[in-house]
Design a protein around this ligand. Structure first.
Ligand SMILES: [Zn+2]
Ligand SMILES: [Zn+2]
Length: 345
């Protein structure tokens, strides 16, 4: 009986995880997500969000002109300093971004879509089929807003947990090292992440996505419109305007003592990348800082600290090419079992 259940689970997992490859329509629908990168408001790179980050940078530029001893000569020099944007680590980020976006479009997105679908089917079978739960058909507005915020927080909490695991489990750290191997930070550095990270996070997120799907399935789209703005959830739209692109940047922007405890300000994530022992295992939060506050992992510099980002216990030059970023983690994780498709060193 147990083995049959495991077999059923594995068969469904394989079926749904690769469902995007089942037909051409499924495949093009899945990769369509990538097409709307700069225009679809569910994408973090949608232009209104980029504009918000630009405006926050503008405010930081005005502040630095008034307070810094050596302010940048122009907004352009402030925003795109050559020593950061032409650094070999940044150039590697651009190269890696191009390759990983292509792979994402044809491989990762369809598989990740399938994993989300699996979460939906599993939760539906469990909550409705097994536990006989009846999802709500209508909800008062306050409850609807509560659910939107609740699911967003839950999703972010799982991201926090996934991030802690990526650091604490040696096997997973081998892959997360790719992200931390960046020696300078630009918004493109956010995309320097090994695909294994996506899978780990997607698998952990699948039950939450499934739960949200089952919870909302009987509520009419018309009713849900009240919690949306321009067709996306109001919470995710507000977060989009928070300047999160600057988390991976050279701009040490803080949102102030109060707001820093709720939202991850750029300086907080930059501290997470710092190799200073004082900053180790701090600021795991992805969007909200409340988890760092609750679990004692928050670190906000009280005064300006010079940060050096990179890997504290490895040579960042190990990760000097796109090929190494993809393959070296496997060698690190599985030792002699994996042969690299290039010469080490
Ligand atoms: Zn990390
Ligand atoms: Zn980062």
């Amino acid at each position: 009986m147990f083995l049959e259940t495991v077999r059923w689970f594995l068969e469904r997992a394989a079926e749904y995880s690769f469902s995007a490859f089942a037909s051409w329509e499924n495949f093009t629908a899945a990769i369509g997500v990538v097409r709307g990168t700069f225009t679809d408001l569910t994408s973090g790179l949608a232009w209104p969000y980029l504009l918000a980050s630009l405006m926050i940078s503008g405010a930081a530029f005005i502040f630095s002109r008034r307070h810094d001893a050596l302010p940048a000569s122009s907004f352009r020099a402030f925003l795109f300093p050559r020593h950061v944007y032409r650094h070999p680590s940044a150039v590697l980020d651009y190269r890696f971004y191009i390759v990983s976006t292509l792979l994402k479009a044809v491989l990762w997105v369809p598989i990740l879509t399938g994993i989300g679908l699996l979460g939906q089917k599993m939760m539906k079978a469990f909550l409705i089929g097994y536990a006989s739960w009846e999802p709500p058909t209508t909800l008062p507005l306050a409850y609807l807003f509560g659910a939107v915020l609740g699911f967003y927080l839950l999703h972010d909490f799982i991201n926090y947990c996934a991030h802690v695991l990526l650091h604490k489990v040696p096997l997973l750290w081998s892959f997360h090292q790719v992200h931390h191997s960046a020696e300078v930070m630009t918004p493109i550095t956010a995309h320097r992440a090994h695909p294994m990270e996506f899978f780990v996070t997607a698998i952990l997120q699948a039950p939450v996505i499934g739960l949200a799907f089952v919870f909302y399935q009987d509520i009419s789209a018309h009713e849900l419109e009240a919690t949306a703005i321009f067709g996306v959830s109001i919470v995710s739209f507000m977060y989009g305007l928070s300047g999160f692109h600057l988390q991976h940047s050279h701009l040490p922007i803080s949102y102030g003592p109060l707001l820093n405890r709720f939202i991850v300000s750029p300086i907080q994530h930059q501290v997470h990348h710092s190799i200073d022992p004082r900053h180790r295992n701090k600021n795991f939060g992805v969007k909200f800082a409340v988890w760092d506050v609750l679990f004692g992992t928050l670190y906000v510099p009280r005064e300006r600290e010079t940060l050096q980002v990179g890997l504290p216990d490895a040579d960042p030059r190990e990760f000097s090419t796109v090929r190494k970023l993809f393959f070296l983690p496997f060698a690190k994780a599985f030792g002699g079992l994996v042969t690299l498709p290039y010469r080490r060193g």
